[in-house]
Design a protein around this ligand. Structure first.
Ligand SMILES: [Mg+2]
Length: 158
């Protein structure tokens, strides 16, 4: 399996098979914020996502939000979602990923990272030895930098 191949590919976060993940030993979810959980350019959760998060917590999963955004937006995200947020130059850098894993406080074998980008999310998961799930981006509108990454993703065969 190449470094840019996710373990799971799904359309959206809420399509994750939580009971199946639990059975396979996953106990912690690292969720990318922008365009996996919160549509780019907005500050709200899509319909059903709040309920999904609450269900996952009720089933016993620990959840930490990941964002490469800096403090201002990270604070807004934390206020919106009410879960721990690890932010800054997190993905795919080893030190950032280590911080995220430490925040969940469990062995890497028990952690699944969910995100919409190969070069930050999936690569970050590989760097840290975590399982990964790739979702389709929630909004078509993206950062100029992300658009460049998409072109590279297509070259990498996504
Ligand atoms: Mg994202």
């Amino acid at each position: 399996m190449g470094p840019l191949k996710p373990d799971i590919s799904i359309r959206k976060l809420t399509d994750l098979d939580l009971p199946g993940l639990w059975k396979s030993g996953i106990r912690g979810l690292l969720l990318d914020a922008d365009n996996s959980l919160i549509p780019y350019g907005t500050m709200s959760l899509p319909d059903g996502y709040r309920t999904w998060l609450d269900d996952a917590l009720a089933q016993g999963f620990s959840i930490v939000i990941l964002t490469n955004n800096f403090k201002r937006r990270a604070t807004l995200i934390k206020r919106l979602i009410g879960l721990p947020v690890v932010y800054g130059w997190v993905k795919p850098w080893p030190w950032g990923m280590a911080k995220a894993v430490k925040e969940l406080g469990m062995p890497k074998e028990r952690i699944l990272l969910v995100g919409d980008q190969l070069f930050t999310d999936v690569l970050g998961a590989k760097v840290a030895g975590l399982s990964s799930a790739l979702v389709d981006p929630l909004a078509a509108k993206e950062h100029a930098w992300t658009r460049l990454m998409r072109r590279l993703e297509r070259l990498a065969g996504r």
